[in-house]
Ligand binder design. Sequence first.
Ligand code: 1CP
Length: 353
Amino acid sequence: MTHPEKDALNSSAFMKACRREPAPYTPIWVLRQAGRYMAEYREVRAKVSFLELCKTPELAAEVTVTAAKRLGVDAAIIFSDILVLLEPLGMELEFTKGEGPVLHNALREPAQIDALREVDPSESLGFVFDAIGLTRKELPASLPLIGFSGAPFTLAAYAIEGGSSRNFDLTKAFMYRHPGAWAELMGKLSRAVAAYLRGQIDAGAQVVQLFDSWVGCLSPSDYRRYVLPHTSEIIRRLQPGVPVIHFGVGTGMLLEAMREAGGDVIGLDFHVELDSAWARLEGVGVQGNLDPVTLLASREFALERAGRVLEQAAGKPGHIFNLGHGVLPSTPVDNVIALVDFVHERSARSERR
Ligand code: 1CP
């Protein structure tokens, strides 16, 4: 990357917000911004399976760039999935039509942890790095690209449950019953995630997001004991100066501990009020937190609620506007575009865009 290109990226509103510097307006992107709610995505998906899409760099890049441009957001996020990292460990992953992701050889015994492979992402996940390289070339010079990974707890939860879960009973029971094997699993996942994120940064991602989507099923003391050291170790191993966004759902009571684990920006879901949550998080930015369901209610309702999120952020440097969880498949795309325009206009500060 040339110097002027780096400068254009670094002076973008999104990168400024990641560094908690004043920005001319509040940057916004939308969690799961490329997905089934968008006709352009459905068209690509009609031709290939979800995993094929993830593993074909040209298509993953196309879907990434199309979504970012269509919405007019301030950052792109590479099209992939947190679960692709489980395959090179030795997990058999399938996305079934009705049921979502399935891991056919779910981890239920400590001996299965020993048998998991150490992951070399340059060998097994090169398609993600290639997709990032292609995407970086196709994106406007000033539009940052977010790389991402599942955090070790959330990845372990899918591997142990064998798919989605409501209460994560099997995961927590395994963690309590086999603390040694749990630590070994978290160690293997953490090394894989750190190498994977480092590779994404080398390939051209400006920022990385760690999705610990389901860690909200733990108490703060369990989080500190079974998760925090591992997440912390991953963040410590990343290239210095690259902002990290750390996100979970239903993590209201874990926010201080998640901040301690690390991250420049903490992702807030819609269960918390942005102002009181941010007040508990000294020294970091926040991302969030409009309830994605408001976009199904009506455009007026969503924009009114978006206005409240902006009021709670009070124009303080370090706020990245986003939904409090992924955009829902039945969301009208025009409502999302209206949201992006609204956030830009309502938050515009003295300096013009
Ligand atoms: O049918 C389809 O086309 C697949 C639907 C789909 C899509 C569009 C899945 C399956 N994954 C994705 C893409 C995806 N996943 C992105 C794309 C980038 C973008 O935002 O545009 C991202 C960031 C993810 C991350 C992801 N996958 C998370 C973390 C974020 C979150 O929502 O909490 C999780 C938990 C997953 C697992 C997953 N992948 C797919 C599904 C249906 C699920 C969730 C299953 C469940 O509820 O447990």
